[in-house]
Design a protein around this ligand. Structure first.
Ligand code: GLC
Ligand code: CA
Length: 538
């Protein structure tokens, strides 16, 4: 990397739930010191930047996305001193750290809400969005469909309704109030001053409400987000803002704007189309979405992903595709949540790790940088019997020892139960065993990550779709001044032959298979079912 301020453009991200990663003091809850002890492992995956799920004080009704005090760390996780130590240790290893910034709402336990609810004359009343009727902003969708009937909730104390886009225990902040705008900037400065490298900004499309709109992606919201960016540019130029905006491509682009809003955005549009492509053995909607996604400014970057701590969202797809994805990936009612699918990567793909590797290969072949969700690097399972999204947030399976090696103690209860039965039992799926085993999924994935990192062209924007008519294969070519790489992915359970034309290629990387013995390819190549082959032009 020649330009130090653009580190994020070539970074591999790793997402961690701090409460379920590693418990360093034996109380059954993962903590900051626990993460610190695992940094060498995290680094060995090829990680450049860690993203931690919310660590601030919270009643934990929404995994910490319901913040009580923005200036305090939740005591279960450790102290400010622990965070400083963690930041240092991360930086010493040449990695970065970003935290979650919950911009849109607080917890109803937050002092601001409590004061504002109790007293209409308090300056905190206007920190939130109140109304005497629940009839305003009727065109706004409800996101947590399974739990909420309305975006308004009645407050007995205030004798008014307050606005909330998520759980009713998460009142939305009022971004028409200059004091709120300033407060959030102070919060940013407080944590950035501690040395973190930026934020993953949560739920950014919903900051401002206007009658007659769907209250998402409003120009007024973008004005504030640009102010956040100005703060970063002026005061913390090496830090980044990563947008969580689950929107259609046309609505997502304004978050990157002219390179003057977010540095990065999660690529929500391509994610479900990757699942569709291997689900139906057809590349067309993935290609269509890639073509529909306009180029982004030079200093911006996509963050591509397969899974995260939430349900796999299928909101931004056609109704027909949504049904299709439900049919393929959520055959049981308990696997559904809101419009999404609350399962982890490996079980979604039927535990077929060969196929999971194919999904990663597709992901890594796309423009942008990628994020890996903790546990998915070893093919961890889920527990659909846990409520809400907890089933995809079970403790990291470190070893086949007690409690999957998640804790140093022997607590009566873990923060969440480990998976200890069936195919994904920690005795069968754990880090220790996969480090030892040469052809393990962990080692295969590491090799893929390192391959990608050895060829910076993957993180650039340009790409060419090859043989688009051959729908069974997703073939994407990436190139820069010095090399051209052709990535072939067989989306079907039958072997597929791909024409290579007059070009000759060397083998670069592939699924485990006999192809690896062959060195050069020309005219055509045959791919086994659900396999991939990356070639480099000579
Ligand atoms: C984001 C988070 C999700 C949370 C929601 C409300 O979508 O990823 O976990 O529930 O925001 O804060
Ligand atoms: Ca602990």
């Amino acid at each position: 990397m020649n330009d130090l301020t653009k580190w994020y453009k070539e970074a591999i991200f790793y997402e961690i739930d701090p409460r379920t990663y590693f418990d360093s003091n034996g109380d059954g809850i993962g903590d900051l010191q626990g993460i610190l002890q695992k940094l060498d492992y995290i680094k060995s995956l090829g990680t450049d930047c860690i993203w931690l799920l919310p660590i601030f004080s919270s009643p934990m009704k929404d995994g910490g996305y319901d913040i009580e005090d923005y200036y305090a760390i939740h005591p279960d996780l450790g102290t400010i001193e622990d965070l400083k130590e963690l930041i240092n240790a991360i930086h010493q290893r040449g990695m970065r750290l970003i935290l979650d910034l919950v911009v849109n709402h607080t917890s109803d336990q937050c002092e601001w809400f409590q004061k504002g609810e109790a007293d209409k004359d308090s300056p905190y009343h206007d920190y939130y969005v109140w109304s005497d009727s629940d009839e305003k902003y009727k065109d706004t969708r409800i996101i947590f469909l399974d739990t909420e009937k309305s975006n308004w909730a009645w407050s007995e104390k205030a004798q008014q309704y307050y606005w909330h886009r998520f759980f009713s225990s998460q009142p939305d902040l009022n971004y028409d109030n200059p004091a709120v705008r300033e407060e959030m900037k102070m919060i940013m400065r407080f944590w950035l001053d501690m040395g973190i490298d930026g934020f993953r900004a949560d739920a950014v499309p919903y900051l401002i409400e206007r009658e007659g709109t769907n209250c998402e992606n409003l120009p007024e919201t973008h004005v504030y987000l640009k102010e956040m960016r100005q703060l970063i540019d002026a005061e913390y130029p090496d830090c980044i803002l990563l947008a969580e905006a689950n929107q259609w491509p046309r609505d997502l682009m304004p978050y990157l704007a002219k390179g003057d809003e977010f540095h990065m955005a999660f690529n929500f549009p391509v994610m479900p189309r990757i699942y569709k492509s291997v689900g139906v053995g057809d590349n067309s909607s993935l290609i269509e979405t890639l073509k529909d996604t306009p180029g982004i400014p030079d200093d911006c970057q996509w963050c591509t992903f397969l899974r995260n701590h939430d349900e796999l969202t299928v909101e931004m797809v056609t109704e027909e595709d949504r049904k299709l994805l439900w049919d393929i990936y959520a055959p049981e009612k308990r696997m559904h949540l809101n419009l999404g699918i609350r399962r982890r990567l490996a079980p979604l793909i039927g535990g077929d790790m060969h196929k999971v590797e194919l999904l990663y290969a597709i992901l890594f072949s796309l423009p942008g940088v990628s994020i890996i969700y903790y546990g998915d690097e070893i093919g961890m399972g889920d527990n659909i019997w846990l409520e809400d999204r907890d089933g995809v947030r079970t403790p990291m399976q470190w070893s086949n020892g007690a409690h999957a090696g998640f804790t140093i103690g022997n607590p009566k209860k873990l923060y969440r139960p480990v998976i200890d039965e069936g195919e994904y039992d920690f005795k069968k799926i754990n880090v220790a065993q996969q480090i030892e085993e040469k052809g393990s999924f962990l080692n295969r994935l590491k090799a893929l990550v390192h391959m990608r990192k050895a060829h910076p062209l993957f993180t650039s924007q340009g790409f060419t779709i090859v043989n688009a008519w051959q729908r069974e294969v997703f073939a994407i070519q990436r190139s820069n001044d010095s090399e051209t790489i052709l990535c072939l992915h067989n989306l079907t359970d039958e072997q597929q032959t791909v024409a290579l034309g007059k070009t000759t290629y060397n083998h670069l990387h592939a699924s485990i298979d006999p192809m690896e013995q062959e060195i050069q390819y020309s005219s055509e190549v045959t791919l086994p079912p659900f396999s991939y082959l990356w070639l480099i032009r000579i």
